[in-house]
Design a protein around this ligand. Structure first.
Ligand code: HSE
Length: 443
């Protein structure tokens, strides 16, 4: 449907796009530097110059060599509302304050480029509605895996396809930690300390290691991929802080790498044909021959399965000042072109409005690592628990310890709720000393 409000005319070829930069941290400073250094190229790519006319910062008296003092302001809202500002670039971070500024900009008819995954994952619906009402653009490529073109790929490149599944390593800090544990045998604590020392992990690493950062990205990918609104709180989220060196070793012995995956699935009930979507983040056993298993260090990769395109993988640096600035500037070019020439980029479209699957109904294969009494009949008792719940076993591996044995069971596909019931039952058996870990298979 087209309404009068959605028709957008351009300023005209050669006109200048006035840009407000909100935030001057690592990303903001790189955006400013790269836009200044390559201004002629940007003018050609856009169809007119893009000029940063103001920079909103917390403390405008702080020394910022190379930045004219008259550009700096601590009044972001007034900057956003200035008549000479056409485009607002938000690289502040957080949720409430940038939400207010971004909504102010959109409602005032200014296009917005944001790198803010938490903001988009929590408030995409109201931001998209504000952009729609004002007939302006809302771009957020940098919100998922920096310069890896995930958002553009889902919004534009695969807009003609049906996406079935997206599985991604979208958090570099946790991938670094898991890779260090796998390649050196380090404990989780030692690998986290190394990630902190090298500057990958924040002083408070909770958002990364508990999967919250990846869950924001999963919500964005699922929303775009399945044309259905999926919010941060809709994403089932488990982090890596409970993964032990023993889990890593057991996985390696069985031919897997443990990765923190963001998995977004379009599900179709085989009996009823009902469709639903699911988005989740959890440690996952990835077969060593799968391309995601070889994504090491702090790299990110997104593996997409689509009906017509088949399997695609996108790989690279998912964080850092330069890669994030690259994504922001790509969006700046797209938004500025539309300001000059008129028209709008493909926006949010949640037309499919599919229901969210109940997490208990989601089916996965499981790798269960137990410590059991080393005596006759134990294996039979354990396999009966699985048989009683109609779950078949794919492999069973036993290693003798001193007084107990380590038993590792890999199941065929089972529902989450059934597996929960099995784990409860296993815990009640006298001969099961501990269920050390339950890790899903995937990718
Ligand atoms: N902290 C994130 C990571 C980058 O480690 O990948 C920002 O989303």
């Amino acid at each position: 449907m087209t309404s009068q409000a959605q028709v957008r005319t351009g300023k005209g070829e050669g006109e200048t796009v006035g840009v407000a930069l909100l935030g001057f941290g690592t990303v903001g400073a790189e955006v400013y530097r790269l836009l200044g250094e390559n201004s002629e190229a940007f003018t050609h790519r856009i169809g007119g110059p893009a000029e940063i006319r103001g920079i909103a910062v917390h403390n405008k008296n702080k020394q910022r060599p190379g930045v004219p003092a008259e550009l700096l302001t601590d009044d972001a809202k007034s900057l956003v509302l200035r008549d000479d500002i056409d485009l607002v670039v938000e690289v502040i971070g957080g949720i409430d304050y940038p939400r207010e500024l971004v909504l102010t900009a959109l409602n005032a008819g200014k296009s917005v480029v944001t790198a803010n995954k938490a903001l988009v994952a929590a408030h995409a619906d109201e931001l998209a509605e504000a952009a729609e009402n004002s007939a302006v653009d809302l771009y957020f490529e940098a919100a998922v895996a920096a310069a890896i073109p995930v958002v553009g790929m889902l919004r534009r490149s695969l807009a003609g396809d049906q996406i079935q599944r997206i599985s991604g390593i979208v958090n570099g800090t946790t991938n670094f930690i898991l890779d260090a544990m796998e390649s050196t045998g380090a404990s989780y604590e030692d690998a986290l300390a190394e990630a902190t020392r090298l500057g990958y992990a924040e002083a408070d690493p909770t958002a990364d290691v508990e999967g919250h950062d990846a869950a924001s990205k999963a919500a964005i990918m699922a929303s775009l991929g399945f044309h259905t609104r999926v919010k941060f709180e809709d994403v089932h989220c488990e982090g890596i802080s409970t993964i032990t060196a023993d889990d890593i070793e057991a996985a390696q012995e069985a031919g897997y790498s443990i990765k923190l995956l963001a998995i977004c699935e379009h599900l179709v009930n085989e009996e009823t044909g009902e469709e639903s979507v699911n988005a989740r983040v959890h440690p996952t056993l990835v077969p060593q021959e799968h391309p995601l298993a070889s994504v090491n260090k702090s790299f990110n990769a997104i593996f997409v399965e689509a009906e017509a395109a088949g399997e695609l993988m996108f790989y690279g640096n998912g964080a850092g000042g330069n890669p994030t600035a690259s994504a922001v500037l790509g969006d700046l070019v797209g938004a500025s072109r539309n300001i000059i020439h008129g028209g709008r980029a493909p926006g949010e479209n949640a037309y499919a409005n599919l229901p969210l699957a109940d997490f208990g109904d989601v089916r996965t294969c499981f790798h269960i690592n137990m410590e059991v009494a080393d005596r006759t009949g134990v294996l039979a008792a354990i396999s009966n628990v699985f048989a009683d719940h109609d779950v078949s076993l794919r492999t069973v591996r036993q290693e003798d310890g001193e007084s107990t044995a380590r038993l590792i069971v890999v199941t065929h596909s089972a529902q989450e709720r059934v597996l929960d019931a099995i784990v409860t039952k296993l815990g009640e058996l006298d001969d099961v000393k501990a269920v050390n870990s339950v890790i899903r298979l995937g990718a």
